[in-house]
Design a protein around this ligand. Structure first.
Ligand code: F6R
Length: 258
């Protein structure tokens, strides 16, 4: 586990973009796992800039998104299809056929979920998974008490998540109650994971995920079982970590390690 603390959201996003660019430069046909939400917006902006100004080439990259709302058509402004298209895909050169996002409108969810899992394996597995974290400690839409071995499936969203999302919809009836999401077990199979978090509202989830026990109450805590996780945290999100001084000490001393 590695913890990097940055003073601003912009620095957090740039540090994450450098890691993604490094992964693509090392392996041009890298398989990326992608998240939506407000947290990775700056990361996507920086990747778009790197593509346009520095020639970062996504021509052989494959992507898998974590989740999608059930029932929202791809063109709905709150769908994660729309989000990804607007914030990343329309600006970079990822071949259309290499983009995978769970379907919120399939007529057979069970078959789709099984196909999504198979497709990840067929593409060689996820090399680098980007994650955000919910205020309740969820990763993807794996709400509290999700099995830590779960695979891609339909999840009923927690009340807190539905309420958090209500601000994006015109009426409360429009807020989706179900999502299709990669499971915790699916995420743990990624070769490398980077979790981003910013803002004071994430500080409780971050301390629980990093320094608390491994528990399905905080599905991000399952990342303690993964051997290559990097947390890139903006200072406010990291502010409640009890061992923050130690993590910073490690960062300072690591370059001189034998
Ligand atoms: C989105 C996702 C969610 C978000 C989390 C944080 O694809 O998987 O787990 O990462 O809900 O959302 P934001 O970044 O909006 O605070």
């Amino acid at each position: 586990m590695e913890i990097i603390v940055k003073d601003t959201v912009e620095e957090m996003s740039k540090a994450a973009a450098r890691m993604v660019a490094r992964a693509i430069n090392a392996k041009p046909n890298a398989v990326l796992g992608l998240a939506t939400g407000s947290t990775p917006l700056g990361l996507y902006q920086e990747l778009v800039r790197m593509h346009k100004e520095e020639g970062l080439d996504f021509g052989q990259v494959t992507t898998f998104n974590l989740d999608e709302y059930v029932g929202l058509p791809n063109k709905h402004p709150q769908s994660y299809h729309y989000f990804m298209h607007e914030n990343l895909f329309k600006h970079v050169n990822i071949p259309k056929q290499n983009i995978h996002i769970p379907s919120g409108t399939t007529d057979n969810y069970e078959a789709f979920c099984a196909w999504y899992e198979r497709r990840i394996v067929e593409c060689g597995g996820i090399d680098l998974q980007i994650l955000g974290i919910g205020g309740d400690g969820h990763i993807a839409f794996n709400e509290p008490t999700s099995s830590l071995g779960s695979r891609t499936r339909i999840k009923t969203l927690a009340r807190q998540t539905i309420d958090d999302n209500a601000r994006f919809f015109d009426t409360p009836e429009e807020v989706p109650i179900y999502a299709i999401t990669m499971g915790v077990g699916t995420i743990l199979e990624a070769r490398k994971i980077i979790l981003l978090a910013n803002g004071k509202s994430k500080a409780g989830a971050i301390i629980a995920a990093i320094e608390g026990p491994v528990t399905s109450q905080i599905t991000a805590s399952a990342l303690q079982l993964h051997r290559d996780v990097m947390y890139i945290l903006e200072r406010e999100a990291a502010s409640e970590l009890a061992m923050l001084d130690y993590y910073q000490w490690i960062q300072e001393k690591m370059p001189d390690a034998p």
